[in-house]
Design a protein around this ligand. Structure first.
Ligand code: TYD
Length: 135
């Protein structure tokens, strides 16, 4: 898959038959990075939000495996909202994007594929610092 820095919805394969549906993700094929880490967010209380940070290096691909939630992204100019409501597509987020996950439905499950191992030093948690960095 061609590398580019655009935040974008990526559609995944959806194999349908009478037994139900199956989708899958292959690194370098459906998403433009090597997968170093997988984590998931679940049991989010109503009204709670997650994220509220950017990464210096990490790229991520986020799928709503179950339920739905919104992802608010900011690259330095304006906010944009993506609603994830089905498990056969996801949102690709390149590095240096401030993001917030919110509006989680009951029993929603967010699957996140990351291009890096966990490293707290990769986080930019201060929005003003983020803006300074991307300008
Ligand atoms: P954080 O990334 O701040 O959560 P979110 O962005 O979903 O709101 O992570 C919450 C805590 O979990 C923080 O103490 C770091 C830890 N953590 C790990 O140890 N490994 C990981 O892969 C992730 C994503 C978080």
């Amino acid at each position: 898959m061609q590398k580019n820095d655009t935040i974008r919805i990526i559609n995944l394969p959806k194999i349908e038959d009478e037994r139900g549906n199956l989708s899958f993700i292959e690194e370098d094929n459906h998403i433009p990075f090597h997968i170093k880490r997988v984590y998931w967010i679940y049991d989010v209380p109503g009204g709670e939000f997650r994220g509220s940070h950017a990464f210096r290096e990490s790229e991520e691909f986020i799928v709503a495996l179950s339920g739905s939630f919104d992802i608010i992204v900011h690259q330095g100019i304006e906010e944009k909202k993506f609603s994830l409501t089905r498990s056969y597509y996801g949102l690709y987020i390149p590095k240096l994007v401030f993001r917030r996950l919110e509006n989680f439905s009951t029993n929603s499950l967010a699957l996140i594929l990351s291009s890096t191992l966990y490293n707290e030093m990769d986080y930019i948690r201060d929005f003003k610092e983020f803006l300074t960095l991307v300008k």
